[in-house]
Ligand binder design. Structure first.
Ligand SMILES: NC(=O)c1ccc[n+]([C@@H]2O[C@H](COP(=O)([O-])OP(=O)(O)OC[C@H]3O[C@@H](n4cnc5c(N)ncnc54)[C@H](OP(=O)(O)O)[C@@H]3O)[C@@H](O)[C@H]2O)c1
Length: 334
């Protein structure tokens, strides 16, 4: 069945109601994000997403850096216009392609970053361009003015922000209409709800994109012990995947799995269907066709009010599942 299309924000961007997170398809510097990636299977997954109507791809210059955008360029060659591409900038990457770990939202950097992403994606336009993290030392107005110029120049279709507060969204939106905000959101991570960001977005008719909708794979039930994570796996540095939190969280996952089994679906599908039931667009990440197909099938699952209440009684709003990042990265969230 064709996947439904929705308006993301009120500026004219139409996308399938679920995107494909591409981050795990390449490593980061010397490490892997989520285990070994197979380039051919990753490319086949991007092709399959188009066949199934899930052609909204999410990447960033940071992923690799650049390897992820380059892999996408390779996968979509000859079919650019059939895909909707969202990429991000802001983590400063120097001229030797090294991530400096500063956030740079200055005008000159915005201009430099977009040219690099256009080159790496082998395209002349980016459908949705996000500021990956707020540069706390540059007024958001400066960054948005620079991004707005990219829209006028036709290099970017729509603009977005990631992991920002309501206050930042309002200031940004006053300069140029924001189409989407992307932040972490799942049964394990509902901070945007608690901090009123979702309410602000609704008032301003800005779309919301939920990244890590499977809690970085936790909610899939595939990870049972910390040792299931490869040695160089990014998740080992996240408190949510460490010690006490890990073993408390796994009990929640088991209860979610039991509920999914009663309905003959997987816990990943239940976690995705729950997000869609809230009118939110999830971008589950996978590097294999098998999971992509399962995830897109979740778009057809309808949860009743009772299902939602039951699920939210397993993981009530405010449940402490541990921080989603280490201390340094937590400090970069607005
Ligand atoms: N804006 C930001 O700061 C930010 C931060 C993080 C992520 N993102 C974006 O959001 C996207 C999604 O988030 P994410 O990849 O971090 O986390 P996620 O979607 O919550 O989880 C990805 C993990 O779940 C596994 N998985 C996916 N579908 C599955 C299924 N049906 N059954 C079992 N396991 C399944 C994947 O396995 P395989 O990899 O083995 O397929 C991968 O290990 C990323 O790709 C990236 O584009 C943005």
């Amino acid at each position: 069945m064709e996947i439904k299309k929705i308006n993301l924000g009120n500026q004219g961007l139409v996308v399938p109601l679920m995107g494909l997170g591409c981050m795990g398809m390449t490593g980061f510097e010397e490490a892997n994000m989520y285990g070994e990636a197979d380039e051919q299977e990753a490319i086949a997954t991007i092709h399959r997403s188009l066949e199934l109507g899930g052609n909204f791809l999410d990447t960033a210059d940071l992923y690799g850096p650049f390897k992820n955008e380059q892999l996408i360029a390779n996968a979509i060659a000859g079919n650019r216009d059939k895909y909707i591409i969202a990429t991000k900038f802001g983590w400063e990457i120097d001229d030797n392609d090294k991530v400096t770990w500063a956030i740079n939202g200055k005008k000159e950097y915005v201009k430099k970053a977009v040219e690099r992403s256009l080159k790496n994606l082998n395209t002349d336009y980016i459908d949705l361009y996000y500021l990956h993290r707020l540069d706390k030392s540059t007024p958001i107005e400066e960054t948005i003015e620079a991004m707005s110029e990219l829209v006028k120049e036709g290099k970017v279709g729509y603009i977005g922000l990631s992991e920002v507060s309501s206050e930042t969204v309002k200031r940004a939106h006053a300069i140029h209409p924001i189409t989407a905000v992307q932040s972490e959101y799942s049964l394990f991570e509902r901070t945007v709800e608690e901090r009123g960001v979702l309410d602000t977005l609704q008032q301003l008719e800005i779309g919301f994109v939920a990244y890590s909708p499977l809690g970085r794979g936790f909610l899939s039930g595939q990870i049972r012990t910390i040792d299931d994570l490869p040695e160089n796996d990014f998740r080992r540095a996240i408190p949510r995947f460490q010690e006490t939190h890990f073993y408390k969280n796994i009990e929640l996952v088991k209860a979610i799995e039991a509920m999914a089994e009663e309905r003959n679906i997987t816990s990943s599908q239940l976690a995705i269907a729950w997000i869609i039931s809230k009118g939110i667009l999830p971008i589950p990440g996978t590097k294999r066709r098998k999971y992509l197909e399962q995830n897109l099938a979740a778009a057809q699952i309808e949860l009743s009010e009772t299902d939602i209440l039951k699920l939210e009684s397993i993981v009530p709003l405010g449940t402490d599942t541990g921080n989603p990042y280490d201390e340094f990265s937590m400090g970069l969230i607005d």
